[in-house]
Design a protein. Sequence first.
Lengths: 182, 334
Amino acid sequence: MHLFIDTHLNDVVVILYKNGKIIKKEIIKDEEEHSRVLMPLINKILDKDKLESIIVVNGPGSFTGVRLGVTVAKTLAYTLEKPIRMIDSLKCMALSTDEEDKIMGFSDKNGYYIGIFDDEFNLVGDYSYLTNSEYEEFSDKYHVITDIKLDYEKIIDYVLSLDEVNPHKVNPIYVKKIAVEK
Amino acid sequence: MKDINILSIETSCDETSIAIVKNGIEVVALTILSQMDTHANYGGVVPEIASRMHTENITMVLEETLNKAHMKVSDCDAIAVTYAPGLLGSLLVGVEFAKVLSYVYDLPLIKVNHLIGHIYANKIGDKMKYPALALIISGGHTELIKMTDDYEFTKLGETQDDAIGEAFDKVARVIGLKYPGGPNIEKLAKEGSNNYKLPKMANDDTYNFSYSGLKSSVINLVNKEKQKGNEINKADLACSFQTAAVEELTRKLEKALLETDIKNVIIAGGVSANKYLREEIRKLCEKYDAELQLPEFIYCTDNAAMIGAAAYPLYLNGDFTGLDLNASSTADIC
């Protein structure tokens, strides 16, 4: 079975996927301390001897949230010697929409992460992080898809077609600038 | 008895470190990846960057450690990790990593207090003796602790304001020295003399310390001279400050040596790498016929070997923790 981990925002999402189907989906909502729940959850639902590969959402999103998911995923992959693949949070959203113009966005406390995708789900340009007032202006001009139910089966199916990554090289995508970078 | 190998992890600040420690006293392998050069660009440790670098490097640091030891994780008997105190984001990477190892290899997980780790750096080579007076001196702590046995701690005193390492760093910044401030003050102090009169710290009946008064007097002195248009002699000021800062420690340690009749002294924490401080405490110990226990230089600054040493008594005691372990930025020794 394949293990999918997403901790890029407030929810902790752990999914088991086998033969084209989701066999277990656990979502812990609005968890403030991802660290307290992620490994107990994996321990509860995953039979590590049956693990085939690992998928991790490596951002953008909450720095600490993404980092925990990525640290767990790359360490699992390295120690269990299983393939690991990454997927971007905004691409998960793009894969879940039927709309033609895939301008995807989601918010945290201070602003919005934005990513634009083509028909092949390739990112056009770079991700950006807009402050709330910048976002207001942007969303006046463009239709941003923010509220969307993720199609996990489609997402996992897509990621499994991607190349696997060396676990040492699995790292978060950081979009929002920190104080010393500004 | 079978040898016990503990794989230990330390990521509380800006060093990614993993070690394998045998029976709590022998370092089988140790890797320390310091981020100091990166943080030096910003004039100090940037917590978010420290966390990022831990995640980037931690599996490679494990690989290097296993290669050095010619061992596998499954050859070890337990996983130990620093869970507090330190930078929360940095600690979390090590804690999460340790939990995965514990899960994958079905090994018990041991949580270790970073400061106790610094004390147990003295266990490496089996040199630690009880009862002992332990002086914990770092960027976040200045504490005098009585230790009667493994994990038997009584706090005698602590700083009432700044930690000694914090005072070193702030004074370094005021006189224009680069990060890391503490070692740079020590270097500069060697070229100077104790010529500046800095106020003596209040002498009270406790074992408590205070550093904010000393720090403020240095800042005031620098500002006053600046206003007058006078150059300060940086080397002399570094030397005067370091002398006064160390005197605050030796004064209280001397009081404890006199009053407790304990004959073993341990110094631990990042500031214990200061050679002038080591020398002054060595002299004091000689005067009272006490034995000074110092970790080897490499075990003075943050490292995972000391965490493995501190985890061993907990292992023997069956003091294990679960996968719901969380990190914490603060924690007391006792």
